[in-house]
Design a protein around this ligand. Sequence first.
Ligand SMILES: Cc1cc2nc3c(=O)[nH]c(=O)nc-3n(C[C@H](O)[C@H](O)[C@H](O)COP(=O)(O)OP(=O)(O)OC[C@H]3O[C@@H](n4cnc5c(N)ncnc54)[C@H](O)[C@@H]3O)c2cc1C
Length: 198
Amino acid sequence: MTDPYNPKSEKPCRACSDFSQWMKVGPSKKSAEVQESVQKFAEQPELTKKLAGSKKQSESSGSDSKNLPNVSWPNPDQALIDFKSNVCPPDRSELGSATWNFLHSVAAYFPATPDPSQQEDARQLLNIVSRLYPCSDCAEDLRLDLKEEPPVVTSSEEFSQWMCRLHNKVNLKLGKPQFDCSRIFERWRDGWKDGSCD
Ligand SMILES: Cc1cc2nc3c(=O)[nH]c(=O)nc-3n(C[C@H](O)[C@H](O)[C@H](O)COP(=O)(O)OP(=O)(O)OC[C@H]3O[C@@H](n4cnc5c(N)ncnc54)[C@H](O)[C@@H]3O)c2cc1C
C-alpha cells in the first residue's frame, strides 16, 4: 500500500502494511532473502509437527493463499494460548518504547500540509496522552513539557522535529544518548539510507 499522506513516494507505506500484505506485494531482492529464511525456519522438523494441524485447517477453510509463500502458519487458537501464557503486562520501559513508536509514527505520517482540524487533533492527542499516560510521573513531566514548548503541528516535518526534541528531553533526563533529529524520517518512515530496511 502506498503512503496515503505521501502518494508520490515510491516506497510502500510500512506503517500501513502487515506481513501478509507485504509478502503479496512481491518480494524485492532483500525481501526474497527474508522469504527464503522464513521458508527455512518453517521447515525445521519440530516446527513442521507443530504446524501440521494448522496446514490442514487453512486448506479446509479455503482461504486464498495463492499469493502467499509456501509456509504453514500456526493454528490461530494455539497462537492465542501461547500469547496468553508468555506475554506479561508492559513495564515502564516497554510502555515507553511502545508509546514512542506510536507517537513518532503519528508525526512521521502526519500530512505535509495539515488542515486546521488535523492540527487540532494532533494537539489534542498530546494533551490526552499527558492526562492518561499510565506512568503518572512521566505524564506529569509531559504536561510541563507541553506547556514549556507547545506542539508544533504545522507540517509532518515540524511535528516530527518537535517530537524528536521532546523525546530527547526525556532521554536527557534519563541519561540516555541524544537522537540525531536530522534522521527522523529515516528512523520512523522511510528506512535508513543504507537500504537496510528495504
Ligand atoms: C511521553 C513519555 C514520557 C516518558 N517519561 C519517562 C520518565 O519520566 N521516566 C522514565 O523512566 N521513563 C519515561 N518514559 C519512557 C522512556 O522514555 C523510554 O521509553 C524507556 O526508558 C525505554 O527506553 P529505550 O532506551 O528502550 O528507548 P526509547 O527511549 O523508548 O526509544 C525508542 C526508540 O526511539 C528512537 N529514539 C530515541 N530517541 C529519539 C528521539 N529523540 N527522536 C526520535 N526517535 C528516538 C530510538 O531508535 C529508540 O530505540 C517516557 C515515555 C514517554 C512516551
